[in-house]
Design a protein around this ligand. Sequence first.
Ligand code: PMV
Length: 315
Amino acid sequence: MPAISASAPGKVILFGEHAVVYGRPAIAVPVTEVRAKAIILAEPLAAPGSVRIEAPDIGLRAEMRNLPPNHPLVRAISLVFTALGVSRSPAFSVRVTSTIPVASGLGSGAAVSAAVIRSVAAFLGKPLPDDQVCALAYEVEKIHHGNPSGIDNTVVAYLRPVYFVRGHSPEPLVVGQPFTLLIGDTGVRSPTAHAVAGVRERWQADPAGYEAIYDRIGEIAEQARRAIEMGQVEQLGPLMDDNQAWLEKIGVSSPALDRLITAARQAGAAGAKLSGAGLGGNMIALAAPEKVPEVARILLATGAVQVIQTEIKPV
Ligand code: PMV
């Protein structure tokens, strides 16, 4: 039997992170330049039910039954077995690799889950539709942090820009006019759970103040949605800057993010903000085509460990 593989892209949140946990809208897009991949091989010589998991990037090579049930890879595979009513699968090995930096706002956990879920289901002869991949990946996201909004698993499962409100079906976002983003990595790893918990504590201490900020961020996401759909790219930069100002107020920016964001703006970016949980991880800058080389150069000169260029275009 030939190997079966599936992959899933990274993602960035353009507008609305954190406020999305509290029910406000957010916008996210896939980043296909980085990907998680899962390759499955049948192991006809191993006993039925045996599943070997290999993830060389994190030095993991183990039998699934020897790993804890809440290990994200174990959980992803078990969820597929349950969804498909498989009590004992034919023996297989799954090898997971990823070029998406971990804990840096690019949705690495959700992409790994989506790739594993899709490949295991395909191996079992029952490929899953996007909505089910999304739902199962959401269950795994709960391990990464207790209260995920669901935006990460949604954008990587549906493979297209989405306008997302927690608890609602995602709405595909029509992109009226392509635009280019530069994604700059501070190199500082920042677990989502930590940033989300910090925001929650501050929200509990000042619910009215934080709810008002979430409202403002939600309005920015709404305005951005209209601008993206109408192809009014010139409106997006100021909206990104505005969103960043509110993210700073809720305490999720960081000196390394601020440095890259300021440098990008000075180099001619139309707007810049952190993306994802913050406190490290990645920032995004919107740059007109003629500004892209200079903004990328300045980001690297200011300490970005990696700069990814991606074009957001109509699907
Ligand atoms: O840092 P990431 O890629 O896990 O994105 C987190 C986005 C948050 O809004 C901060 C959390 C969430 O669950 O939506």
